[in-house]
Design a protein around this ligand. Structure first.
Ligand code: ADP
Length: 609
């Protein structure tokens, strides 16, 4: 048994508890994991919107180059230059100002006098576009446009060589041109709550990936045919596209974009949010001061500088970010809490199930082992019980048969011993057979009305000589009137004999046995037959167990009393088959009291029968 319990402990209980412990530990990380999952998902959304914004800008740059190319097909560059601003704005609404410059550094369009926008533009850009002054710009390498990026014809080559040194080759010019003075990175405008980067790089996240460079316009253009650049003038973002024709690369045409119109164009990308996410997050396009310029949910308000996740758009819109905000920030904590609770409950249930299962297995094993032990004891007890009377019967019958006992008194005494031992044998065999029949469900009772008073008197009187011969004082207190029950006479007699036989067996030095028969009315009319002795009594804790099959409270080894452990089991089964019961209670003053209760036959007149 100990081995089984040990195996169960090592193979089932200990691993289960270890797993449960691990599971409970992992519960603590649930909120973090959930947040991580959400942040990865939302970061993906923000990145996708940022990429779309970036590619939209690239497509507008191509569009501008396309429009420029068309215009230059109709008119030659020298003809169009002066009216380029007006013509461009008519054909391409995204343009706020159109400009044309010659590679030699003269501004051909717009005229500062034409309107306030051109005045501001000329004030801000004349020096820069004519390559007389460098500026802090954000710049993406050329090549997004439609044109050929290697436009170095003799004019521009000569000009570039004049400007940057006559000895250098074209490729060297190109390399030297791109050697801008990069500015140190600046801090980001927003501080996302969730970082998609590994912990070590998280600090880096607070710095912007976009850095400005100090450069001249000619440097930026290099030998490319088109490009875009961004600049902050008076803390306001300016976005410029430029284009030059392969046939006339000495003329550069460009546009300053209208930022509000550009934002209008970018808005639909924010609204294209997956329907399943619409109730969860709000997407915002934040400008360089972390102010929302477009929102997926109009009217949404929050602390704009603390989005859940955010992505910088890139050099085309420097310091602009696509940011995602949780519509209900507490929902994540609630979900994590619910998940924790559910998983906790499941783990607790599983541990409980394993605990109960193990306990049931151990109990059942225990029961099986006890039963197996009891069965082994039973076989040895029964063999012993059979052997003892057989030995006496054989010994006394041989004595008588050989004629070695001549004294008639002794002869009678030996004969009565033989009779008593035979009765004991048949009682034991009856018990074993009956038990086997009851177990198989084959026991048949012949119910009939019988007078229990009469039955008890007969059985007791048959047993009396045996008891008295063994020195017992035997009292029988029977009522005068018959007590009629509906029962099987032989089966009831077997119960009485089993109880009497036990009273005899388990009596110690005080050899006093009484039987009493009484009619009771509470709660229903029934009859109580009590067998009382002054013997060993039933040890405490075994009061109910003695009715279990093969159970012996006083085993042969400790008490030296023979038995099969079946007498009381049978007595109770027979009593229950009659609608009654057999119970034990300790007798006052020492000894046992076994009570057989049987219902009185309701249809019979128990006074007169
Ligand atoms: P057994 O053949 O062992 O007597 P029983 O089923 O008749 O089997 O009794 C079960 C156990 O109950 C006995 O082993 C004994 O320990 C206890 N018992 C039965 N009758 C008495 C009694 N009158 N006094 C004390 N113990 C008793």
């Amino acid at each position: 048994m100990k081995k089984v319990a040990l195996v169960l402990l090592l193979a089932v209980v200990a691993p289960s508890l270890a797993l449960a412990w691990l599971a409970v530990r992992s519960l603590r990380d649930q909120e973090y994991l959930l947040q991580r999952q959400q942040s990865l998902l939302y970061q993906g959304v923000a990145d996708a919107v940022a990429t779309e914004a970036q590619s939209l800008l690239n497509s507008y740059e191509r569009e501008f180059a396309g429009v420029g190319a068309q215009m230059l097909v109709v008119q030659s560059p020298p003809d169009i230059t002066t009216s380029f601003d007006d013509q461009l704005r008519q054909r391409w609404p995204l343009a706020q100002v159109g400009f044309a410059v010659s590679i030699t550094g003269s501004i051909l369009s717009p005229s500062p006098q034409s309107r306030p926008d051109t005045r501001t533009f000329c004030a801000n850009y004349t020096q820069f576009l004519s390559c007389r002054e460098s500026a802090e710009v954000y710049w993406t390498s050329a090549g997004n446009g439609i044109g050929n990026n290697d436009l170095v014809d003799n004019t521009s080559k000569n000009w570039l060589q004049n400007r940057y040194g006559s000895q250098v080759q074209t490729s060297e010019i190109d390399n030297s041109l791109k050697n801008f003075k990069s500015k140190p990175p600046t801090t980001r405008n927003v501080l996302p709550q969730q970082q998609s980067l590994p912990a070590s790089k998280e600090q880096m996240q607070s710095f912007s990936k976009i850095a400005a460079s100090e450069a001249e316009f000619c440097q930026l253009m290099g030998t490319a045919s088109d490009g875009m650049l961004a600049r902050f003038v008076d803390n306001k973002l300016n976005l410029l596209f430029w284009y030059r024709r392969p046939e006339n690369p000495q003329y550069v045409f460009g546009a300053q974009l209208s930022i509000p119109r550009l934002v209008e164009k970018l808005k639909p990308s924010l609204e294209k949010l997956d329907p399943s996410l619409r109730d969860e997050v709000c997407v915002a396009l934040l400008d360089d001061s972390a102010r929302p310029v477009a929102l997926s949910h109009s009217g949404f308000r929050t602390t704009w500088k603390r989005p859940f996740v955010a992505t910088e758009i890139g050099e085309t819109l420097p310091h602009w970010e696509v940011a995602l905000y949780l519509i209900d920030p507490a929902k994540l904590t609630r979900s994590a809490h619910t998940l924790k609770l559910t998983l906790g409950a499941v783990i607790a249930l599983l541990v409980l199930a394993i605990g109960i299962g193990s306990w049931l297995i151990v109990t059942d094993l225990n029961r099986q082992l006890t039963l197996a032990r009891q069965k082994t004891d039973f076989v040895s007890n029964v063999s012993h019980e059979l052997k003892t009377p057989l030995t006496s019967i054989r010994m006394f019958s041989e004595l008588l048969a050989e004629g070695r006992v001549t004294d008639p008194v002794k002869q009678r005494s030996y004969l009565s011993i033989i009779a008593a031992e035979t009765a004991r044998l048949s009682r034991l065999i009856n018990n074993v057979l009956d038990f086997a029949r009851i177990e198989r469900g084959e026991k048949k009772y012949h119910f009939q009305t019988c007078d229990l008073n009469n039955l008890l008197r007969d059985t007791a009187e048959t047993y009396r000589p045996h008891l008295e011969a063994n020195g017992f004082q035997f009292d029988c207190e029977l009522p005068d009137s018959p007590l009629i029950v509906n029962g099987d006479r032989d089966a009831l007699a077997q119960v009485i004999v089993n109880l009497l036989s036990n009273a005899e067996k388990y009596s110690n030095s005080r050899k006093e046995i009484s039987v009493r028969l009484e009619q009771q009315t509470n709660p229903l009319p029934h009859v109580e037959l009590k067998v009382l002795d002054r013997g060993l009594g039933v040890p405490h804790g075994s009061e109910e167990k003695i009715f279990e099959q093969f159970y012996r409270a006083h085993d042969l080894l400790s008490s030296g009393i023979q038995g099969s452990g079946l007498g009381l089991t049978l007595a109770r089964q027979i009593a229950r088959a009659h609608g009654g019961e057999v119970v034990y209670e300790p007798r006052e003053g020492g000894g046992s009291c076994f009570t057989l209760r049987l219902p009185l036959c309701p249809a019979c007149d128990n006074k007169s029968a």
